[in-house]
Design a protein around this ligand. Structure first.
Ligand code: ADP
Length: 274
């Protein structure tokens, strides 16, 4: 039995296919772009092809993310809060706090020992301190997005970046560059600014010894390291961190199959990947 989760985010659309042992058998990721319905269709088609399957062989599809209702072939929709909680709790059963930094918003979710959502807060009024801010910083610095995190770790001093607004970060970075500041020091300041803002958001929901960091920005080692330094603890970051919402959605799809077949659950066999 194969199930799928399709996470249509504001920036990136992700699909995950799980088999009955909860193993990932297919995955795909692409920019969401303007045609959201098409992005959902394409990642699903790509993930099924990768698994060597036909789309009709997928028993249940659950859509999540801001564009979950655009997963026109989906059987159900579940919010991204529930899906991130489900995916993170599956990979890290002891986690109580999830920090999800995506393309345009940041969420902090507190879950119970049983994995239910207990509380959450989010910054979705503007893209300040989110992936889009980092994307803008990378463009202004002329450094590929994948490299800004590693470069930030080469800092000698942390420059203060006062603005986490995507609109103003460009002029602040350009001013530092004009003063001859080292790119690594500027990037360290950029990453620290996001970490400071994220930790402030986390304090509103509460901290915990086991925090799981999800979303595309968790792939950035500079943010992870700045957060760990600010919090004084290590974070759970899976190799699948950008797919955690899609994994959670696929697990909900699995529940639907089990309910339909009136059968018991299966043991998880996903790699934690850390
Ligand atoms: P959403 O679900 O909100 O669309 P994601 O959680 O998929 O967004 O995260 C998208 C963001 O992740 C991008 O804006 C980008 O900043 C960041 N990102 C994606 N891949 C990488 C990478 N390899 N290195 C650093 N950042 C990345």
């Amino acid at each position: 039995m194969i199930v799928a989760g399709v996470d249509v985010g504001s920036t990136a659309t992700k699909a995950i296919l799980l088999d009955e042992n909860h193993r990932i058998v297919g995955r795909a990721l692409m920019n969401t772009g303007a045609n959201v319905v098409r992005a959902a269709q394409r990642v699903f088609a790509e993930a099924t092809a990768q698994a060597g399957l036909e789309e009709h062989e997928v028993a249940q599809v659950v859509g999540t993310g801001y564009g979950r209702y655009k997963v026109t072939f989906g059987h159900a929709q579940v919010t991204e809060i529930s899906c991130h909680a489900r995916g993170a709790a599956f990979l890290y059963p002891n986690t109580r706090i999830i920090l999800d930094i995506g393309g345009q918003d940041t969420k902090v979710i507190r879950i119970t020992p049983g994995g239910d959502v207990e509380d959450f807060c989010m910054n979705d009024k503007c893209a300040a301190g989110t992936g889009r801010f980092l994307d803008a910083a990378a463009v202004t610095m002329g450094i590929p997005l994948e490299e800004i995190g590693p470069r930030s770790l080469q800092y000698k001093q942390t420059l203060k970046i006062t603005n986490v607004c995507t609109v103003f970060v460009e002029s602040e970075i350009l001013a530092h560059l004009a003063r001859g500041r080292a790119p690594a020091d500027i990037l360290r300041g950029v990453h620290m600014a996001i970490a400071t803002r994220s930790v402030a958001l986390m304090r509103r929901v509460g901290l915990d010894p086991e925090i799981t960091f999800t979303g595309g920005v968790s792939r950035n080692i500079g943010i992870r390291s700045a957060l760990e330094e600010k919090l004084g603890q290590t974070l759970n970051v899976s190799a699948e961190s950008q797919y955690i919402g899609a994994i959670g959605a696929a697990l909900f799809a699995f529940d639907r199959c089990v309910a339909a077949a009136n059968a018991g659950g299966a043991d998880g066999a996903l790699d934690r990947g850390d």
